[in-house]
Design a protein around this ligand. Structure first.
Ligand SMILES: Cc1cc2nc3c(=O)[nH]c(=O)nc-3n(C[C@H](O)[C@H](O)[C@H](O)COP(=O)(O)OP(=O)(O)OC[C@H]3O[C@@H](n4cnc5c(N)ncnc54)[C@H](O)[C@@H]3O)c2cc1C
Length: 396
C-alpha cells in the first residue's frame, strides 16, 4: 500500500498509531506460529501479549503521550492492541473472542472481577481463565424479559434453573456471566446477574454449535439444573440485572467491532493490490473509474469506522459512564458492522470468481461481517432504541 494511503488511514493521534504498530510487530511472530485447532492454546498465546491486562491495570500509560500532551487511556490502548493483533493477521474468530471478553465483560465488570480471589482475577488477565456472557435463550435473544432461566432465593444463596444458548465461548469458558429472572413480569428489577463457575454442581455444558460466521470461536449452550449459588455469586444487587446488562451491552456495542479493524485494513490492502495488478481490457483494472470508486468507498468505510471506534474509546477513557453513551454506542455498532458488510461486498465484486474459491488468494468471508448485524443487539432493534432515545414514541 502506498505511503499516501497509509497516511490517509492513519487518522489517529501519533501515539495511537504507534501503539497499533507496536502490537502488530509483537503479534506477528505469535500469529505466524499459532493455529486455531486448540482454541484455548491460541487464546493463551495472544493473551501473553498482554492484551487482556489493561482493564485491571487501569492506570494511564505515560509511556504513550498523546498529541495533546495528555496520555493514551487504557481503553484506547486496548483498542489499538486489538487492531494491531488483527493487522498481524490473527484469526478473526480469535480476535472477536478476545474483544468480546475484553470490552463486553472485563471493562464493564472490572470491579466484580478484580474482587475475585487473586488467582482467578489474574487468570482472566493472563488468559488462563475464560469468560462468557450468557444472556440469549433458545426462545429469544432480543427481548431479555422473555428469559425463562430463574434464580430462586434459597437460604442466603440462590438456586439456578434453565439454559442459555448461542453463547460465545460457552464450550470452553471457566466463568459465565449469567442473567436470570429473580422477579416476575417486565419490571426493570425482575432480572439479576450472577457469576457462575463452569462446570460446577448443577452447571453443565449443553450442545455446541458449528457456525458459518467466525467459525473458529466456539459457541454453545449452558444448562442449569438446580445449581446452588452462594450470595457472593450475585453481581451488584438482586434486581440490578437490567442495569448490569445495560452496562455490558453499551460497552460491547461501543467497541466490539474493533475486532474488525485489522481484517478491514487487510481487505482494503489486498483489494488495492489486486486492482493495481490485474490486467483487464488491455489496461490495469484499477484504471476503471467504477473500480476506483469501489476502492474509495472501501477506504471511506474504514476511515469512518476507525474514527467512530476511537472516539468511543476516548469517551470511555475520559470517564463517561457507558450507559450515558448508549445511543452513540448503538450508532457505532450499526455503522461499523454495516460498513464492514459494504467493504466485503466491494472486495467480493472486485475479486470475481476468486472470491468463491476458498483456496484462491482472494477468498471472501461473507458470513462473519453479516453476523455483526445480529450479535450485540440486532441492528434493526438498535435503530428502534436510538429513535426512542430521540423521543419517538416507538417500542420494540
Ligand atoms: C456470532 C454470534 C455470537 C453471539 N454470542 C452471544 C453471546 O456470547 N451471548 C449471548 O447471550 N448471545 C450471543 N449471540 C446471540 C445474539 O445475542 C442473538 O442472536 C441476538 O440477541 C438476536 O436474538 P435472536 O437470534 O433470537 O433473534 P430475534 O430476536 O429472533 O430477532 C431476529 C430479527 O427479527 C427482527 N425483529 C425481531 N423483533 C423485532 C422488533 N421488535 N423490531 C424490529 N425488528 C425485529 C430483527 O430483524 C432481528 O434481527 C451471538 C450471536 C452471534 C451471531
Amino acid at each position: 500500500m502506498s505511503a499516501a494511503v497509509e497516511r490517509l488511514l492513519r487518522g489517529g493521534p501519533a501515539a495511537v498509531e504507534r501503539l497499533v504498530d507496536e502490537h502488530r510487530e509483537r503479534a506477528l511472530p505469535v500469529v505466524s506460529k499459532t493455529g486455531v485447532d486448540d482454541f484455548r492454546e491460541a487464546w493463551r498465546a495472544l493473551a501473553d501479549l498482554g492484551v487482556l491486562r489493561s482493564p485491571l491495570d487501569g492506570a494511564r500509560d505515560d509511556a504513550h503521550p498523546g498529541a495533546d500532551g495528555g496520555t493514551v487511556g487504557p481503553v484506547t490502548r486496548s483498542l489499538a492492541a486489538i487492531e494491531g493483533i488483527g493487522l498481524a493477521g490473527a484469526d478473526p474468530g480469535l480476535c472477536y473472542g478476545l474483544t468480546s471478553q475484553l470490552v463486553g465483560m472485563q471493562y464493564p465488570l472490572r470491579a466484580t472481577l478484580s474482587s475475585l480471589p487473586g488467582r482467578t482475577s489474574a487468570g482472566v488477565a493472563d488468559g488462563q481463565v475464560l469468560l462468557c456472557h450468557a444472556l440469549t435463550e433458545r426462545g429469544g435473544g432480543s427481548d431479555p424479559f422473555s428469559m425463562r432461566t430463574t434464580a430462586r432465593r434459597d437460604g442466603d444463596g440462590y438456586v439456578l434453573d434453565g439454559a442459555k444458548t448461542f453463547v460465545t465461548a460457552a464450550p470452553v469458558a471457566d466463568l459465565a456471566v449469567v442473567f436470570a429472572r429473580t422477579g416476575a413480569g417486565r419490571s426493570p428489577f425482575a432480572l439479576s446477574a450472577f457469576l457462575v463457575p463452569v462446570p460446577s454442581p448443577g452447571v453443565t455444558r449443553g450442545e455446541s454449535f458449528d457456525k458459518s460466521a467466525l467459525p473458529t470461536v466456539p459457541m454453545g449452550e449452558l444448562l442449569f439444573d438446580q445449581a446452588r449459588l452462594p450470595a457472593s455469586a450475585l453481581i451488584g444487587e438482586e434486581g440490578s440485572g437490567l442495569a448490569v446488562m445495560a452496562s455490558t451491552t453499551a460497552w460491547e456495542r461501543a467497541l466490539i467491532m474493533g475486532y474488525a479493524l485489522g481484517p478491514m485494513r487487510l481487505l482494503l490492502r489486498r483489494t488495492l493490490e489486486w486492482a493495481n495488478q490485474r490486467e483487464h481490457f488491455e489496461r490495469r483494472m484499477g484504471a476503471s473509474h467504477q473500480v476506483a470508486a469501489r476502492v474509495s468507498d472501501m477506504a471511506m468505510a474504514l476511515h469512518r469506522s476507525r474514527t467512530q471506534l476511537y472516539a468511543m474509546a476516548a469517551a470511555l477513557d475520559a470517564g463517561t459512564p457507558a450507559r450515558q453513551l448508549a445511543a452513540e454506542a448503538s450508532l457505532t455498532k450499526i455503522s461499523v458492522s454495516e460498513d464492514y458488510v459494504r467493504m466485503t461486498e466491494h472486495a467480493t465484486a472486485l475479486s470475481g470468481v476468486r472470491a468463491f474459491l476458498p483456496d484462491s488468494p482472494l477468498p471472501a468471508d461473507l458470513h462473519s461481517p453479516m453476523a455483526a448485524l445480529t450479535y450485540a443487539g440486532p441492528n434493526d432493534l438498535l435503530r428502534v432504541g436510538v429513535a426512542r432515545q430521540f423521543g419517538l414514541p416507538v417500542e420494540n
